[in-house]
Ligand binder design. Structure first.
Ligand code: ATP
Length: 346
């Protein structure tokens, strides 16, 4: 059992508050992704769990045991960090088997595990090469293989696929997801790549300015963002926002159109995903500004009453810049945010 519990963890570097009161429980065998923009504190949080950084306040437990005062090697974790060096003077085989040798496992067990994980990471042809001769992407895969070979209870990964080209990255993310799903490992994975986060995670913790804004399944984070920040961060393109004024009886005026919404007496922000808009006879009046054919879809950037607004429409539609469109939101996909708190309104 390797549940990870983070309680009231804060971190200050001098006067800079990098993390504010983080509370998060990662279930045994869960795949948790920490997602956020550069500088939001994801690496700092991971390093605190690993024991490479000390929290200013708060507690970290792994498998029900407080680990705050334990050295990284005594926490029962394997790590893959962006710059977690593989040893250049050792072969790939020796690098992957390094931790297993330290554990004094029998030779054939070491060999079996090294070969299996190397194959998984598509580096089986490199086993005899010295790691110093490898490309950045190959070295990164050696680091991942070395961690997986340990068959750890907990694996911590910081952008482990960042040096790979797009195609290999997509392939590796599926491999990693597959292997972790069939192991008993609890994984925490740091990335700023939302596609990676959406595709791999059981749950995503969206971080912003040293706080976790929402920790939920990928589909919840996508469909029901808890805060305006999440709505504007997740999704490519992200959600559209328009000002909404109350029109009485749970009705709202959004860009001159009346729609049903929550019962609140103060102005809110209406939000909708670009793919949840449809051409219709009645709806928001939009003027197309830029038309981008993306193959499967058309991405239209338009103007709706002075606000920028995006819609993803069928690629067989013929739309040109300057065209007037009438777009209706899919009713069950509309979301509402309080402009003062920036939180979602049910
Ligand atoms: P990235 O995706 O760019 O790696 P991140 O979300 O992982 O970003 P962190 O590396 O956790 O961000 O850093 C969070 C904040 O803390 C940043 O503003 C960073 O400048 C600051 N910080 C991190 N380490 C230190 C340090 N050793 N001393 C001072 N400030 C630090």
């Amino acid at each position: 059992m390797a549940q990870i519990e983070i309680k009231n963890v804060a971190k200050r570097f001098g006067t800079y508050q990098a993390l504010h009161d983080i509370n998060l429980t990662i279930q045994d065998q869960e795949f948790m992704v920490l997602l956020g923009a550069s500088g939001c504190g994801k690496t700092t949080l991971l390093r605190i769990i690993a024991g490479l950084e000390t929290a200013t306040t708060g507690e970290v437990s792994i498998g029900g045991r407080r680990v705050d005062h334990l050295a990284p090697k005594d926490r029962g974790i394997a790590m893959v960090f962006q710059n977690y060096a593989v040893f250049p003077h050792l072969t790939v085989f020796e690098n992957i088997g390094f931790g297993l040798r330290m554990q004094k496992l029998p030779n054939d067990e070491v060999k079996g595990r090294v070969e299996r994980t190397a194959e998984l990471m598509h580096i089986e042809q490199l086993l005899k090469r010295y790691s110093g001769e490898l490309s950045g992407g190959q070295r990164q895969r050696v680091a991942v293989a070395r961690a997986l070979a340990m068959e750890p209870d907990v694996i911590l990964m910081d952008e482990p696929l960042s040096n790979l080209d797009a195609l290999l990255r997509m392939e590796m993310r599926a491999e990693l997801k597959g292997v972790l799903a069939t192991s008993n490992t609890t994984a925490i994975y740091v990335t700023h790549d939302q596609v990676e986060a959406m595709s791999m995670a059981d749950r995503i913790s969206v971080m912003h300015q040293g706080e976790i804004v929402q920790a939920d399944s990928p589909i919840e984070v996508y469909r029901n963002p808890a805060a305006e920040f999440v709505a504007g961060f997740i999704g490519n393109p992200p959600m559209n926002f328009l000002p909404a004024t109350p029109a009485g009886d749970g009705k709202w005026s959004v860009a001159g159109q009346v729609v049903d919404g929550p019962s609140s007496g103060k102005p809110l922000k209406f939000a909708i995903r670009p793919e949840d808009m449809r051409p219709a006879d009645e709806g928001l009046t939009a003027t197309a500004k830029v038309v981008e054919p993306l193959g499967a879809h058309l991405l239209i950037t338009c103007e709706v009453q002075g606000s920028m607004f995006r819609a993803v429409l069928d690629s067989d539609m013929s739309i040109n810049p300057g065209d007037q469109l009438t777009l209706a939101p899919q009713l069950d996909r509309m979301r509402w945010f309080d402009p003062d708190t920036t939180l979602a309104v049910a």
